[in-house]
Design a protein around this ligand. Structure first.
Ligand code: ADP
Ligand code: ASP
Ligand code: MG
Length: 452
């Protein structure tokens, strides 16, 4: 199911395999993934996250530096350095590789202290955040060297880029990757950094938190890989959020559309945009568990089963904006004007619900909320509700199955629902509830729709 034109010119079987923070977070896990990747067919592009906890630590260091709290930043740097010292001691075996590990750690921590000593701004912050993936890939690469594994480093900052709207430039990424990969055809593993990229000013930037999944999908699409594999600490996409609901089950297969909705609406296992590039070039995405390689995981592709509830996800931090205006009655062009305000402030709308005299929309980016409300005030009375959560119920052909809404509303009989969106696509029902109701709603839906 690969793009035929590309498949015809393709000489190599290529897999893109991404390992998240917990999969590389301990020396023995890093050793295990080298083993795992070695056992896979063809050439592998291995996308690594930072070791678990590192990006959070870098965020804390960056925040402390922005707040001019240098002692707090130094404390964090010292603690992180200790962590890496212990890590390399277990990762490398021979004295010569111990020395290489030592050199790597000293080099990165000198850089952290250099960044901390100078004028620290947003640009320095983003450079700091990028170091987690740079250090993890360098350590992994040298581990492969020590084991005489035929691996090469593939520097993400040489090809991964975003435009002025922070959107990845897939075509340019593919163009830049092609000649680089041609120089590396003999290697069985190409090790690259997830998450990091360059922006339109050529500065170091990133694909937002959890962005290594997105990197894997962008590379998989760019090289038209056979498959993109996301290896993490759970056996695939579950039917509900396992952090909130006790009994959840992995889903064997999802369509691109279903997985995309779940990722966008809060299933943390995937960065919200992960599925987009893979779907564009029809590259299947497989979710696998590093802690249990034999578990089937989840296959995300074009095909999928129909007529059933598949999974539920929830996205917090939502703001609902209601515009009430008698000018809306029998008028045309009103909604265009309203949407124009959100467009002006580059603020995407997730849910919409309309009546004759009012329209409610939800946004998750409230950076320009004050400006938006000020402009909307000219249309009518505006109500703003913060701390809302979108609950997204996904399944195939939900809109064509009988009694779907009845089942959902029956399950949620005791939960106040602020908005409902249904019928916009055939695979999704979205509900807006107060965030304080989320846990209850997810558990009730788990019982009502899945009998769990
Ligand atoms: P990684 O570091 O490998 O990227 P993440 O922590 O980003 O891992 O994602 C995996 C986690 O996502 C799981 O441990 C789980 O707690 C969480 N998660 C949230 N919703 C789901 C879901 N629907 N299915 C599976 N995992 C989910
Ligand atoms: N290290 C980055 C983060 O923690 C990217 C990722 O893990 O996907 O957000
Ligand atoms: Mg993640």
């Amino acid at each position: 199911m690969i793009d035929n034109n590309f498949a015809a010119s393709k000489t190599k079987y290529m897999l893109v395999v991404k390992f998240g923070g917990t999969s590389v977070g301990k020396p023995e896990r890093m050793k295990k993934i080298a083993e795992l990747v070695l056992g896979m067919p063809g050439q592998k592009i291995v996308v690594l996250s930072a070791l678990s906890g590192t990006t959070n630590a870098l965020v804390r260091i960056g925040d402390a530096l922005l707040a001019n709290n240098h002692p707090a930043a130094e404390d964090e740097i010292v603690a992180l350095e200790k962590h890496y010292q212990n890590f390399i001691q277990e990762l490398f075996e021979s004295p010569s590789y111990q020395a290489i590990g030592q050199e790597i750690v000293s080099r990165y921590f000198s850089l952290f202290r250099l960044l901390a000593a100078g004028k620290f701004d947003d640009r320095g912050y983003r450079e700091l955040l990028a170091q987690g993936e740079l250090i993890s890939t360098e350590l992994f690469y040298h581990h492969c060297q020590e084991r005489k594994i035929n691996a090469r480093l593939l520097p993400a900052l040489h090809f991964m880029s975003i435009d002025e709207n922070h959107e990845p430039e897939l075509e340019k990424i593919a163009e830049r990757l092609k000649p680089i990969l041609e120089t590396m055809t003999g290697a069985s593993m190409l090790v690259t950094q997830g998450y990091i990229c360059r922006n339109n000013k050529n500065e170091i930037d990133n694909l937002k938190r959890g962005g290594s999944d997105y990197t894997a999908s962008l590379i998989g699409a760019a090289v038209r890989a056979e498959e993109i594999q996301i290896w993490t600490d759970i056996d695939g996409m579950h039917n509900n959020d396992p952090r909130i609901v006790k009994k959840t089950l992995p889903i064997a297969e999802l369509t691109f559309d279903e997985a995309s909705e779940l990722a966008y609406f809060g299933a943390k296992i995937l960065h919200p945009s992960t599925i987009v590039p893979a779907q564009k070039y029809n590259v299947p995405v497989r979710l696998k568990n590093t802690m249990d390689e034999k578990a089937a995981g989840t296959l995300i592709s074009e095909r999928g089963s129909r007529g059933q509830f598949k999974a539920i996800a929830a996205k917090d931090g939502i703001t609902a904006v209601k515009i009430k205006s008698s000018r809306m009655l029998l008028a045309y062009g009103f909604l265009r004007q309203v949407f124009g305000v959100f467009e002006k402030y580059k603020t995407p709308i997730d849910m919409i619900s309309t009546s004759e005299v009012a329209v409610s929309v939800t946004i998750d980016d409230s950076k320009y909320l004050a400006e938006i409300v000020k402009e909307l005030n000219t249309f009518g009375v505006i109500d703003v509700d913060k701390d809302q959560t979108i609950i997204c119920i996904v399944g195939n052909m939900l809109a064509e199955k009988e009694g779907v809404l009845k089942e959902v509303f029956q399950a949620l009989a005791s939960v106040p629902i602020r908005m409902v969106s249904y019928g916009g696509s055939t695979n999704n029902i979205s509900l807006l509830v107060e965030t304080s109701q989320k846990e209850k709603a997810l558990n009730l839906l788990n019982e009502g729709l899945f009998g769990l």
